[in-house]
Design a protein around this ligand. Structure first.
Ligand code: NAD
Length: 355
């Protein structure tokens, strides 16, 4: 598969990724290589990476606990301390091997340690491959508010080895799938249609779908790296999705909800809102709801939850001048940014989601 270059960083795939890694490591003569993992990627992904990494530099493995609840500044402090204790200097390299939590947090740690050291992302979850791998967003959560602290910075390389997905749990695959569905909805009806029936999907097909998804995100980010306009379309489903994710994360009575599972709910909700406000045909909205229901079922969100979720919307990073900005869809492939939505329509959307 051909490499993709997105905002100054190149994404290499499968067979070419370790060749590029070794060329890069050799050319840069790093003083030390740190590899950030969590316990799952330590067990399932690190061995393959180490098998393929050729270097004479010393290697230190840093393991943090997996999970969104550990995407915090406290975890960063632990990693910064370890880098410092092991004499990390400005010529050190950090390789982040994991899902979006590891690549977001590791990217932020590297971008701020000694005002920035080199880093490479090796996304090992579907979500991290199709979404977090492109666009340079790094950061951590602040309490239960998602991604409030961070910087935009680009990894030196991104290495996508889809064989890592063989050990990824099924619910995590579904979580990543939500972003791929979103890419289809905001930009390409033909791509969206491919997800309507995936019963005969092979690993090669999946590789192609991942590649296409990354290309869609790259095209958007290339045109608008700073999220002034077009890049906002990638937030389709995310305003409500993030609020729902934060709410479930901070509420012990609620089941665990993965990022993509929350985004999936957000997408169905904004599709309904799109029909009400910008003319997305109701047949398309019903079709979207059915496709998502097929993959994700219906998550119990009760009337009693609505007020807290609406309240969390007020903290969305994309808000400007106190307005909550929604991305809606006029048609598949035709998103509309900066839409204001009344609370009453959001409440109706929750009803639509459940029926
Ligand atoms: P995650 O990093 O928590 O990974 C999911 C789980 O899968 C973890 O338990 C992890 O240990 C495990 N895992 C990862 N790869 C594995 C493998 N190959 N085999 C077995 N287990 C494996 O979650 P995620 O869904 O990858 O990422 C979610 C995060 O990504 C969120 O924090 C979100 O904000 C962030 N994100 C960032 C961007 C961006 O542009 N930077 C975009 C989308 C999402």
């Amino acid at each position: 598969m051909k490499s993709i270059t997105a905002n100054n960083s190149t994404i290499h795939f499968n067979e070419s990724c370790y060749i590029s890694l070794n060329e890069h490591v050799k050319a840069n003569n790093f003083s030390k290589i740190f590899i950030l993992v969590d316990e799952n990627t330590h067990a399932h992904c690190l061995p393959l990476l180490l098998e393929n990494l050729e270097t004479t530099s010393s290697i230190e493995i840093i393991e943090i606990e997996s999970g969104e609840m550990n995407k915090t500044i406290d975890t960063c402090v632990g990693v910064w301390n370890t880098l410092s204790d092991y004499n990390g200097d400005r010529k050190s390299l950090l390789i982040n091997v994991g899902g979006g939590v590891i690549t977001d947090l590791g990217g932020f740690v590297a971008s701020t340690f000694k005002r920035g050291i080199a880093y490479i992302n090796v996304p090992t979850s579907l979500l991290a491959m199709v979404d977090a791998s492109v666009g340079g967003k790094t950061g951590v959560d602040l309490g239960h508010l998602k991604n409030q602290i961070g910087v935009i910075s680009t990894p030196n390389l991104v290495l996508i080895d889809t064989s890592f997905l063989k050990t990824l749990p099924q619910n995590q695959m579904r979580s990543g799938l939500a972003e791929m569905l979103k890419h289809g909805l905001i930009s390409n009806e033909m791509y969206w249609n491919k997800f309507k029936d995936m019963s005969d999907l092979s690993f090669d097909d999946l590789d192609d779908l991942i590649y296409e998804s990354i290309l869609i995100k790259k095209q958007v980010v290339d045109i608008d790296p700073l999220e002034v306009n077009l890049r906002k379309t990638l937030n389709f489903g995310h305003t409500l999705g993030h609020a729902i994710e934060s709410y479930f994360l901070s509420n012990p009575d609620k089941p665990d909800l993965l990022h993509g599972e929350a985004i999936a709910i957000g997408i169905v909700l904004v599709s309904y809102i799109s029909t009400q406000l910008v003319g997305l045909p109701i047949e398309t909205t019903n079709d979207i709801k059915n496709v998502f229901r097929n993959y994700y079922g219906v998550v119990p969100i009760e009337k009693a939850d609505y007020a807290a979720i609406l309240q969390l919307l007020k903290y969305d990073k994309k808000n400007e001048h106190g307005h909550i900005n929604f991305v809606l869809l006029e048609a598949i492939g035709r998103p509309k940014i900066n839409c204001l939505v009344d609370d009453a329509i959001i409440l109706d959307a929750f009803k639509f989601y459940k029926t």
